[in-house]
Design a protein around this ligand. Sequence first.
Ligand code: MTE
Ligand code: MO
Length: 377
Amino acid sequence: SPWAQEPKRHELLKPASKRPFNAEPPISMLGEHFYTPNELFYVRNHLPVPCLKAEDYELELEVEAGAGKPKCTFNLDEIKKLPKHTVTAAIMCGGNRRSEMTRIKTVKGLSWGAGAVGNAKWSGARLCDVLRAQGVEPDERLQVIFEGADLDPTAHPFGASIPLAKALDPRGDVVLAYEMNDQPLTRDHGYPIRVIVPGTVGARNVKWLTRIVVADHESDSHWQQNDYKGFSPSTDWDTVDFSKAQAIQAMPVTSAICSPMPEERVKVDKGHITVYGYAWSGGGRRIERVDLTNDGGKSWHVAKLEQENVPDGRHYGWSLWTVRLPVTEEQQTKSELEIWAKAVDSAYNVQPETFENIWNLRGVLANAYHKVKVKLI
Ligand code: MTE
Ligand code: MO
């Protein structure tokens, strides 16, 4: 069975599906660590986890279009000998928070909560160094295709692609990573090498990377062509034409309340409750502000942010936030409270208020205000 060699997982990872393994941690724990502990980092696998040995590992680079040496290969030692670069980047699944969108109307996909995201320090060789050493030159028309060692039943590998411009941009910080938070990658997260494409939807961060192709077209994989794309709320499975929509690359601004959890009983302390969570935007956009309300938007409270001190445009890590929210006497007597969070990024993009107008049949890009109902005690 292809599933016989699956790795052991942390018992706190709650599986949304077991084969392939897909799981997220309890979000209250996510919000406690700026760097998500590796064993609690969500796992999103489409296929069985391949068993790769460091000593046999080989990465193939093919330049099919544009300038550059047509073919070369690298073993693990050769990749590790290149200058080591470290970048903090959050990886978020395109379907993060899908379960909230489903409440409006059913969507197709794994029912993720707000935990299909994690933030880590990734270290490895810069893809721009590797490409430039092979003579690859900037060309706006070209794409870089990545293939994993995980094969579907018809022997097609998991694949994805990004524009060559992102891959060659030193400020794009694309790395061929062999370390996650200073530890070797675990099998679930792509051992021995995965590509990290900071600011870009999880699906392009190909794990168990075995082949890179510079081409004049996008990856022809199912996941690039017929998945991970957004559509109008009126598009249904009879009318959808996947060839007409752009593959998701950068993600829109989002946030989530990690604590309190829905339906939690929260103790009011001196007329306040403590609320914390995460916020993130794609494309390297820094989080500028996170606003909270517990009275349906009549009054807003600005959260305190914890974030890396790196320039905007290259701010790939998430921001954690915390706020002491005042609770009125009247709210305390009612005992039920609904908290809303919305984040604002450095381009002043704001989360949409509700899911109604951003609903899409695959349940991706689910970034409306995060709303949590709690009980006060
Ligand atoms: N890479 C390969 N080879 N196979 C996969 O199934 N899943 C992708 C991406 N890279 C996937 C992959 C998706 S959809 C996401 S969201 C992220 O990996 C998840 O990364 P993680 O499991 O390390 O959290
Ligand atoms: Mo994903």
